[in-house]
Design a binder for this molecule. Structure first.
Ligand SMILES: NC(=O)C1=CN([C@@H]2O[C@H](COP(=O)(O)OP(=O)(O)OC[C@H]3O[C@@H](n4cnc5c(N)ncnc54)[C@H](O)[C@@H]3O)[C@@H](O)[C@H]2O)C=CC1
Ligand SMILES: CC(C)(CO)C(=O)C(=O)O
Length: 296
């Protein structure tokens, strides 16, 4: 399959690098990473050790069967505009947060699939990406239901040994992942603690309330997600990722913009009643970003 990965940072390089073992892959990213990959191949280290040879460029090729989007959520609009030149048959977002599929489907004609990914990735240096956790890609029709396009796409991932599940309930799965990120990311970033610090105590209670608020907004949006399920999933991820620094904590440490708008901000935006925990977390992270001139 001719695949383009838009956003060859940590996750895009890992997934694109793995897919390049059996597919014709182009990584679209920034210098000096793309030149290094073109000249020397992409080295994957950590829990998976291999080198593959995707093509790499700073602009999109003129066609693609599948475009996988792995930019940060605040860059999705720009990615969608850039992808118009490739006119991909199918577009798949593996990003965190809510709203990415909507931003992609507006300017693009191809089918847009929703996805989540529990692989862990970190760009170590140009040409080298670390796999910090072997996980699963879950994908399916963005509105839910069966999808032959999703089955074909999953087949392409499986043929490259990327563990993949096709789900007929992607809206619920996106909200479930959102509840986990809404509970963990901003709190660990503000308190400068690893995920495991939320296993007990006051911060853990606040995280559970953020996840429960998210579940309530999901139900108001027509997605069946009980509070208990959202909190159970949150607690399970806190336990399995206990030593991790959340992506938002890492963004704050690096002085970079966060995905707050697509996580806690997305809960606030869709809420028809007050969601005080999500509102507070959003306001605090936004204030930090403004102080750093990271948002207008
Ligand atoms: N890193 C991880 O382990 C995981 C990340 N995610 C999600 O995946 C998404 C991406 O995360 P990361 O890979 O960590 O971020 P990242 O910042 O490492 O990668 C994004 C890359 O996109 C590139 N990019 C942005 N706009 C571009 C443009 N117009 N042209 C070319 N390149 C462009 C950036 O330069 C950057 O290298 C986020 O939504 C994140 O929450 C989800 C699961 C795991
Ligand atoms: C699941 C979790 C919270 C793992 O750290 C994550 O997705 C993130 O950090 O963005």
């Amino acid at each position: 399959m001719r695949i383009l990965v838009f956003g060859a940072g940590s996750l895009g390089s890992l997934i694109g690098g793995l897919l390049a073992a059996t597919h014709d892959v182009t990584l679209v990213g920034r210098e000096p990473h793309v030149s290094t990959v073109r000249d020397q191949g992409l080295e994957i280290t950590g829990e998976i050790e291999t080198t593959t040879y995707p093509d790499a460029d700073t602009t999109v090729p003129d066609s693609a069967e599948l475009a996988i989007v792995t930019v940060k959520s605040y860059d999705t609009g720009e990615a969608a505009q850039a992808l118009r030149a490739a006119d991909p048959d199918v577009v798949l977002s593996l990003q965190n947060g809510l709203g990415n599929e909507e931003s992609l489907s507006e300017p693009l004609d191809g089918a847009v699939l929703a996805g989540t990914c529990t692989y862990g990735a970190r760009l170590v240096e140009p040409g080298i990406v670390g796999c910090t956790g072997v996980g699963t890609v879950t994908l399916g029709a963005r509105g839910g239901g069966d999808s032959a396009v999703a089955e074909r796409t999953a087949g392409a991932f499986e043929s490259a040994d990327v563990d993949t599940t096709v789900a007929a309930d992607m809206p619920r799965r996106l909200w479930e992942k959102l509840a986990i990120n809404a509970g963990i990311n901003a709190i660990t970033a503000l308190a400068r603690v690893e995920n495991g610090a939320l296993a007990e105590g006051a911060a853990g209670d606040v995280a559970a309330r953020a996840a429960a608020e998210t579940a309530r907004v999901a139900r108001d949006s027509g997605v069946e997600l009980p509070d208990e399920r959202a909190i159970d999933r949150l607690e399970a991820v806190v336990e399995t990722t206990a030593p991790n620094r959340s992506s938002m904590y890492q963004d704050l440490e690096a002085g970079q913009r966060t995905e707050i708008d697509a996580i806690n901000g997305a809960v606030c935006e869709r809420a028809s009643e007050p969601v005080p925990i999500n509102e507070t977390l959003t306001a605090l992270i936004e204030t930090w970003e403004r102080g750093r001139n990271l948002r207008s």
